[in-house]
Design a protein around this ligand. Structure first.
Ligand code: GRF
Length: 215
C-alpha cells in the first residue's frame, strides 16, 4: 500500500536564515521526502524564513512574539499549528518552548534540530554561536548535530539521528558552525523522510529505524 504524502509544517525562528527549512522544502521537491511543506509559521514578518516561504509559494502565518503574555503567545502558536493540520512539525531555528498541550497532542510528530551532539552542549539558552563557542572552550575534538523528537523540555526528547564533525585546531565558532550546518542540511531531511515512510518507532528514550519495505 502506498502511503499518502505527509503535510509538514515548519516553525521558523524570528531571525534565522531559514536554511534548514529550505533543505526540507528542497527534499520534498526532489522526492527524497514523501511529503510537502504545507505551511510555515514565523514570528517576524519579513524574516529570511518567511521570505523563503513566499518564494516557494508556501502559505505562512505570522504569530508575533509577546513577551509579557507568554501563555497567550503559546495559545496563538497552538491555534496556528492546528490550522495547518500537519502530520509532522519541524522546528527550524525556533527557540521558544511549545505549550505542553500541543506537545502532548502531537507527541512523536514534532522534530527539532540542534547544532551539537545532544546530550552535550544543549538546553535552555544554548543556541546559535553560544553552542559552538562552548564546544571550542570545552576542548572537545568532535561536535555535530542532532535531530530529535520534541518533548516538554529543552533538547530532551528522543534522538532520531546524529552526525559527527571534527573540531579543527584553528576553528572559530563560525567555521565550526558552517561544518555542522552542512550536516544539518543532510540529516534533517533524512529524518523527515524516514518519518514520512513510517519508519521511525519510539521505544522509551530510543528511536528505532525500521528497515525499508522490500519491493
Ligand atoms: C540551526 O543551526 C539549527 O541547528 C538551530 O537553529 C539554526 C537554524 O538555522 N536549531 P537556519 O535558520 O535553519 O539556517
Amino acid at each position: 500500500m502506498t502511503r499518502p504524502p505527509i503535510r509538514i509544517l515548519i516553525l521558523a525562528g524570528g531571525h534565522g536564515r531559514g536554511s534548514n527549512m529550505q533543505a526540507i522544502i528542497d527534499a520534498c521537491q526532489s522526492g527524497q521526502i514523501h511529503g510537502r511543506v504545507a505551511g510555515v509559521i514565523g514570528s517576524v514578518a519579513g524574516s529570511p524564513a518567511l521570505d523563503r516561504a513566499a518564494a516557494a509559494g508556501i502559505p505562512a502565518s505570522v504569530v508575533p512574539f509577546t513577551k509579557d503574555d507568554f501563555a497567550g503567545y503559546q495559545s496563538a502558536v497552538d491555534a496556528a499549528i492546528r490550522s495547518f493540520s500537519p502530520d509532522l512539525v519541524c522546528l527550524a531555528g525556533y527557540l521558544k518552548r511549545l505549550s505542553p498541550d500541543i506537545v502532548r497532542e502531537l507527541d512523536g510528530r514534532i522534530m527539532n534540530i540542534h547544532p551539537a551532539l545532544i546530550p552535550a552542549f544543549c538546553g535552555q539558552g544554548m543556541y546559535g554561536e553560544r553552542v559552538h563557542q562552548a564546544v571550542l572552550e570545552s576542548g572537545a575534538k568532535f561536535s555535530g548535530c542532532t535531530v530529535h523528537f520534541v518533548d516538554e523540555g529543552y533538547d530532551t526528547g528522543p534522538i532520531i539521528m546524529q552526525a559527527v564533525v571534527p573540531v579543527e585546531d584553528d576553528d572559530t565558532p563560525a567555521t565550526l558552525a558552517a561544518r555542522v550546518l552542512e550536516q544539518e542540511h543532510r540529516i534533517y531531511p533524512a529524518s523527515a523522510a524516514l518519518f514520512a515512510e513510517g519508519r521511525l518507532r519510539i521505544e522509551a528514550r530510543r528511536v528505532r529505524t525500521l528497515p525499508a519495505p522490500v519491493g
